[in-house]
Design a protein around this ligand. Structure first.
Ligand code: ZN
Ligand code: ZN
Ligand code: ZN
Length: 166
């Protein structure tokens, strides 16, 4: 059940002025399972409405991110990608991010174990730091299978060459 109706309910009373760009950005993100960059979002929206500028897109993303409607994923080189933050518990997922090709893998395995651990950790941290925790995000960085396989042959040649020379 994606689409505008779900998040429109969540907006009630949270934003004083709900502008067209804000609606357009949320609508776009809520209809895709992809993780989009600001430039990709800008390109898609600008095609439909040429009055939307890149600065507006950046500002809009910051705002709806701070309101908790989207999740900002920081990539390995510091760029950001964005995804819609679902309020459905079965959409709970985290990310494996390839530092070479920027591929993002959504995973939701081990969710039960993870949430058990997270809840315990949160309770302890809240007590210790008197900090009210509302959410968490987990990103693992590394090499995807494809990039790992591409990386391996040259490593092996180097090793074999070393052995021959010895
Ligand atoms: Zn990769
Ligand atoms: Zn994701
Ligand atoms: Zn989690």
């Amino acid at each position: 059940m994606t689409g505008p109706h779900r998040w429109r309910n969540r907006l009630q009373g949270r934003v004083c002025r709900w502008t067209a760009p804000r609606e357009a950005v949320l609508d776009l993100l809520s209809r895709t399972s992809e993780h989009l960059s600001a430039k990709e979002i800008y390109a898609a929206l600008h095609r439909k409405d040429p009055s939307i500028g890149l600065t507006t897109v950046y500002r809009t993303l910051d705002l709806i991110n701070s309101l908790g409607f989207i999740h900002k994923i920081i990539m390995s080189k510091g760029q950001a990608r964005y995804e819609f933050r679902s309020d459905k518990p079965d959409d709970h997922h985290h990310h494996l991010i390839c530092t070479r090709c920027d591929r993002i893998i959504d995973y939701s395995e081990f969710e039960k174990e993870e949430l058990d651990l997270i809840k315990r950790t949160e309770a302890r941290l809240s007590r210790k730091y008197k900090f009210q925790i509302v959410d968490h995000s987990i990103e693992f960085y590394g090499l995807c299978d494809e990039c790992r396989q591409k990386a391996e042959p040259s490593d092996q040649t180097k090793k074999k060459g070393g052995v021959k020379n010895a």
